[in-house]
Design a protein around this ligand. Structure first.
Ligand code: AOF
Ligand code: ZN
Length: 373
């Protein structure tokens, strides 16, 4: 029984925590769909579990109902996201739950997808099922921060990763940046990449480092590489660059009016080339993110130099900054993390909120959110 003021009891929390753990089993391998887990409880026992593994395949609830079979009748379903009520690539979960005789559904977060958005909860209630929502909602939203951002704001969640020295420098004056941080940090970066839908970089980084920008992990539930995106107003990316020639899809974003021959050469090398509007030769980064949202990209990881990072920060397009900070000094003429216009007064400085810090190998990892609260 839930006491006054407490909507959910300990048992509910334990079951939803389990459903969240199941949801987190995929490294966004179910892109562009959200990560969702489901636990079916009958008489206090878990009788079925499931999670969504891949877009086009059954949703979490369907897997859990199949595992439970007849035992789901009269039971409670704990679902990390509001069950869908629409016919997408798969049928409505609300109907499947009702047909299986589920009596009560506990939901963590509502589904912001306009085709669902409360409709799943109403459909369940209409079928006579008791529905409670909001249990551990933040954890579910945070697992799906990319999906939520795309559905609510029409743009992906954007996190930039920066490897810096203790004095905040990211490369020597000549552009050398290999390697600033330890191997442990670089392995952690691989895990960040695995959780991303797309990796975004700039032409400066492509020309200076010739990075591959791929996920190279021994174990990952991913079945395809994140989309690689290069912001390159004049299409200077060499067709032989590693970023163009690796596995998966690469998208080079040029400014409208860029040299069509360069576009053809990149296309011949296997890249997709699109052009977006630009002002003073600088690509409109908001338009790039809109374009990525149209391609159903949920979460973007930026791995770029000071120019692109500075431009994204100034445009207010960064949702999170992750800094791997190594204990060495590169000095005053090495390159800064963000290229910003000179400040006339302290009042104009960009500020951030620290979220978390921990030691990784010999480095620090800092997580920050731009802007003040
Ligand atoms: C659920 N359970 O496990 C997930 C849901 O094309 P479809 O049929 O796969 O539908 C995709 C949409 O379904 C997705 O945009 C989101 O709104 C919802 N995801 N819903 O009931 C799940 N992954
Ligand atoms: Zn569904």
């Amino acid at each position: 029984m839930n006491g006054p003021g407490f909507a959910f009891d300990t048992h509910d929390h334990v079951r939803m925590a389990r459903a969240l753990t199941l949801a987190a089993r995929v490294d966004n391998g179910c892109d562009p769909n959200p990560r969702v887990g489901c636990v079916i409880d009958a008489d206090g026992e878990i009788v079925g579990e499931g999670w969504h593994t891949r877009a086009g395949e059954p949703h979490a609830e369907i897997h859990a109902l199949a595992a439970a079979g007849e035992r789901s009748r009269g039971g409670t379903a704990y679902v990390t996201l509001e069950p869908c009520c629409h016919q997408g690539r798969t049928g409505p979960c609300s109907e499947a739950l009702a047909a299986a005789g589920i009596r009560r559904v506990v939901v963590a977060a509502g589904d912001p997808n306009p085709s669902v958005d409360g409709g799943g909860v109403s459909a369940l209630r209409q079928a006579g099922i008791e529905v409670e929502t909001g249990l551990m909602a933040e954890a579910s939203a945070s697992l799906n921060r990319g999906f939520f951002s795309r559905m609510r704001q029409g743009r992906p969640f954007v996190v930039t990763k920066i490897a810096a020295s203790l004095d905040g420098r990211v490369a020597l004056a000549d552009g050398t940046s290999q390697w600033i941080t330890s191997e442990a940090s670089r392995a952690d970066v691989q895990r960040m990449r695995a959780r991303s839908s797309a990796i975004l970089t700039g032409i400066g980084t492509v020309l200076a480092d010739n990075p591959r920008m791929t996920v190279r992990l021994e174990e990952s539930s991913r079945w395809q590489q994140p989309l690689r995106v290069v912001v390159d107003s004049r299409l200077r990316t060499p067709p032989a660059a590693n970023v163009v020639n690796g596995p998966g899809t690469v998208l080079v974003v040029g400014a409208s009016g860029a040299d069509p021959q360069r576009a053809d050469a990149l296309r011949a090398a296997g890249a997709q080339v699109v052009q977006v509007k630009a002002a003073n030769g600088r690509i409109d980064l908001g338009a790039v993110l809109e374009l990525l949202a149209e391609r159903e990209v949920n979460e973007v990881m930026v791995e770029a130099g000071p120019a692109l990072n500075g431009a994204l920060l100034q445009a207010g397009l960064l949702d999170e900054i992750v800094i791997y900070q190594a204990p060495h000094l590169l000095g005053g003429d090495a390159m800064p993390m963000f290229e910003l216009p000179p400040l006339a007064a302290m009042t104009g400085r960009p500020v951030m909120q620290p979220v978390a810090s921990r030691r990784i190998g010999n480095d620090w990892r800092l997580r920050l959110v731009p802007g003040s609260v």
